[in-house]
Design a protein around this ligand. Structure first.
Ligand code: FAD
Ligand code: SF4
Ligand code: SF4
Length: 465
């Protein structure tokens, strides 16, 4: 029965005062009744504009209809046919800018779109709890493919190729696979148990995952080129950028990459039960306005900071973070300083940071991103006291990691150049996708690239075979 409610079915969330003390998820997702009620808001549009907003083209009306009919197994089959990481995407996709932005229901006056992401999470969580073990696929090809990097791009290429009967080996530099899903996005947004379970689903397709293995160092690129008939580079763009203002070298000034890796991969949040401690001050400043800044700020609160301020050089309107994360951060007590930019960090007598000099900004004409450009207001400055600064102003290509692939042509920013149709690089048989091609983007865009590259690789192997 059609649900004519203009609002999404409400999701019960844990109280902000409670959740800011731990690393558990903010909510448990929809119950069956709530999911069916939300699914009943879907109009089953024939032209399904929502699908065009999904980089992996999930049959969205199809999997939602199956929820309406309480046929969760079928909902899962439809979902998993195109998306191998649905519990992850349901949690972290910027749906409001993708599938949900195109939803017909969201175009009705004062109406919110169907909660596609929450429904995707519901089906995927149901299946994980019900038990899930995909059968290995018979090898039907003799060619072997190497995938470098086990982030969402690499995992998607591996799954697509294995599903099509190819032998695939994935090489990962770190001790756990998953890329940013494992070492970047914190536990309270994306529990690692869920990442592991979805990666396990890919491993079960007989994909071989080799961790602690740096291609370019543990094994030379020339060597894997000899051993494999095609290679995919999904090495991400995880090198931190710094503002490089005076005082960046002071103790207590971190990049968000280092901070979040210590918290996630090395489990600093479980110290002393895990080996890696992290010193977090009482008053923390986080610089930036994206998801990484929200994650760093909310992690800092959970590690015991008394105040956490996000310093952002534009305003709420231009904030690039997912809307939901911004709201969760505010509810939990993160403060926001708009139109503010640090110009120096101030030292105490032990070379620890004790404050930040902040330049106040105005907004000028729109820049290349379409957002109004922040411009300094001469002479308008303030000083903020703090004992920890976390810079989350973006990431770039990791020059040391890409140095291992010297033959592959890079652009002037250090990202890999590819043919946009096939994602083949300047070296025949070597493909690339995800953040190392586009610069920092999203999980689902990296997965979309993984799908395109898998098609490109299969076509390439057919032509040389
Ligand atoms: P990555 O996920 O970076 O994976 C690359 C992998 O390659 C890494 O594991 C790395 O160790 C490995 N590697 C590199 N070089 C080598 C080598 N030589 N040999 C072997 N292995 C190698 N996106 C969203 O959609 N929603 C979010 O909410 C969101 N939040 C984010 C929060 C944080 C803190 C960060 C940092 C990013 C976030 N993103 C989010 C962005 C998203 O995670 C990335 O766009 C996505 O992970 C890119 O995928 P990828 O496969 O290209 O690379
Ligand atoms: Fe939407 Fe992301 Fe799911 Fe695609 S994968 S339907 S973009 S939430
Ligand atoms: Fe359902 Fe919205 Fe997609 Fe239409 S556009 S099929 S209402 S999810």
């Amino acid at each position: 029965m059609l649900n004519r409610s203009k609002q999404k079915t409400k999701l019960i969330e844990r109280a902000p005062e409670e959740r800011r003390k731990d690393f558990l998820e903010v909510n448990d997702g929809y119950s069956l009744t709530e999911a069916v009620s939300e699914a009943d808001r879907c109009l089953q549009c024939r032209n399904a504009p929502c699908i065009q907003g999904c980089p992996v083209a999930i049959d969205i009306p199809g999997f939602i209809k199956a929820i309406q009919e309480k046929d969760l197994e079928r909902s899962w089959e439809i979902l998993y046919a195109t998306n191998r990481l649905p519990a992850i995407c349901g949690r972290v996709c910027p749906q409001e800018k993708q599938c949900e932005e195109r939803c017909t229901v969201g175009k009705i006056k004062n109406s919110e779109p169907v909660a596609i992401g929450r429904l995707e999470r519901f089906t995927a969580d149901w299946k994980r709890k019900a038990g899930f073990s995909p059968a290995p696929v018979e090898l039907t090809h003799t060619e072997r493919i190497a995938v470098v990097g086990s982030g969402p791009a690499g995992l998607t290429v591996a799954a697509e190729l294995a599903q099509n009967g190819y032998a695939v080996e994935v090489f990962e530099a770190l001790h756990e696979p998953g890329g940013v899903l494992t070492y970047g996005i914190p536990e309270f947004r994306l529990p690692k148990e869920i990442v592991r379970a979805e990666i396990e689903g890919i491993r079960k397709l007989d994909v071989v995952l080799r961790t602690d293995f740096i291609v370019g160092k543990t094994i030379f690129f020339e060597e894997i080129r000899k051993r494999y008939q095609a290679i995919f580079l999904g090495i991400g763009a995880g090198a931190p950028k710094f503002m490089n203002v005076p005082g960046t070298n002071l103790n207590g000034v971190f990049s968000a990459s280092e901070f979040l890796t210590r918290v996630n991969l090395m489990k600093a949040f479980r110290f002393p039960h895990a080996d890696t401690p992290i010193t977090i001050g009482k008053n923390v400043i986080v610089v930036g306005g994206g998801n990484v800044a929200m994650d760093a700020a909310r992690s800092a609160l959970r590690l015991g900071a008394q105040t956490v301020k996000i310093v952002y050089r534009r305003t709420e309107t231009e904030l690039p973070a997912r809307w939901e994360e911004y709201h969760h951060a505010m509810e939990e007590g993160v403060e926001f300083l708009w139109l503010s930019n640090p110009i120096a960090y101030l030292p105490d007598s032990d070379s620890r940071v004790k404050g930040a000099r902040i330049q106040k900004m105005g907004l000028g004409e729109p820049d290349a991103s379409g957002r109004r450009k922040p411009v300094p207001l001469p002479g308008v400055e303030e000083t903020l006291e703090c004992d920890c600064v976390i810079e989350a102003i973006g990431q770039s290509a990791h020059r040391i990691l890409s140095e291992g692939f010297k033959e592959v042509r890079l652009n002037r920013w250090g990202y890999i150049e590819v043919d946009p149709e096939t994602l083949m690089t300047s070296v025949p048989g070597v493909f690339a996708g995800g953040d190392i091609v586009t610069g920092a983007a999203t999980v689902i865009e990296a997965m979309g690239a993984g799908k395109t590259a898998a098609k490109g690789i299969m076509n390439y192997l057919r032509t040389i075979g």
